[in-house]
Design a protein around this ligand. Structure first.
Ligand SMILES: Cc1ccc(Cc2cc(O)c(O)c(C(=O)NC/C=C/[C@H]3O[C@@H](n4cnc5c(N)ncnc54)[C@H](O)[C@@H]3O)c2)cc1
Ligand SMILES: [Mg+2]
Length: 214
């Protein structure tokens, strides 16, 4: 019963990152993934694009689908305005346990609500459970075949408003063809592709930014 990769990633954070310093946690995870073990965090290159879009939106309420180890949760939450919050959904309890500790080490746990469970069940409960009216920003980075059904579910539950920004990771690799086709052809979205690379590699990947038009 050896350790898992997320547990080894957490151990690296607790050993090398400065407690309470989100940038140090981010740098430690990127270093771990480049030089020790690759892991499916959005990474440093796509992370800078994520940062710029989060800063531009300046969300009061952000939603992340697929926490994994909490790397992008930390990237998003460190940029939120005072009183801003990030709700992040993760259905794997082992990953959620690691992510909670990564988020706590970064010192931004007060800005984050990590909810364990499948997005399909939790999204319809966002209003009653967390008093969410609408999201200002949504980061999609979970199973790729869930991007489209969950985007439609967010629409149906009235959780998107005119101007809500959806940012999707991995639209090229692993790829999310049905989601791309939808947001690029629906009159309800204004979509734009940000070309980049699969985290820690030279393989092409990118982020799709889609603004909901109401
Ligand atoms: C061919 C190939 C394979 C892998 C790669 C590399 C590569 C690069 C990437 O950036 C990737 O994001 C991925 C990827 O597969 N990501 C899936 C991420 C899941 C996380 O989200 C969790 N989750 C999944 N569905 C749900 C759900 N409904 N509700 C709540 N949590 C969910 C899981 O519990 C995981 O914590 C893969 C590139 C190419
Ligand atoms: Mg990803």
């Amino acid at each position: 019963t050896g350790s898992t990769r997320p547990q080894r990633l957490l151990r690296a954070v607790q050993k090398k990152a400065t407690q309470g310093d989100p940038q140090s946690v981010i740098a430690t995870i990127d270093d771990f993934c480049r030089h020790s073990e690759w892991a499916m965090n959005v990474g440093d290159e796509k992370g800078l694009i994520l940062d710029s879009i989060v800063s531009e939106v300046n969300p009061s309420t952000a939603l992340e689908l697929g926490t994994y180890c909490g790397y992008s949760t930390v990237r998003i939450a460190r940029l939120l305005p005072p009183g801003g919050r990030c709700i992040t959904l993760e259905f794997n309890p082992a990953y959620a346990a690691v992510a909670r500790q990564v988020i706590a080490w970064a010192g931004i746990q007060d800005k984050v609500q990590l909810v364990e469970g499948p997005s399909g069940d939790l999204i319809p409960q966002m209003k009653e459970l967390f008093g969410v009216q609408t999201f200002d920003f949504v980061f999609l980075d979970h199973w790729k075949d869930r991007y489209l059904p969950d985007a439609k579910l967010l629409e149906e539950c009235g959780l998107l408003r005119e101007g809500t920004v959806l940012l999707a990771d991995n639209v090229i690799c692993p790829g999310t063809p049905e989601y791309l086709q939808y947001v690029r052809n629906s009159p309800r979205y204004e979509s734009r592709y940000f070309k980049s690379h699969l985290e820690y590699t030279k393989v092409e990947d990118g982020l799709e930014k889609s603004v909901f038009l109401g």
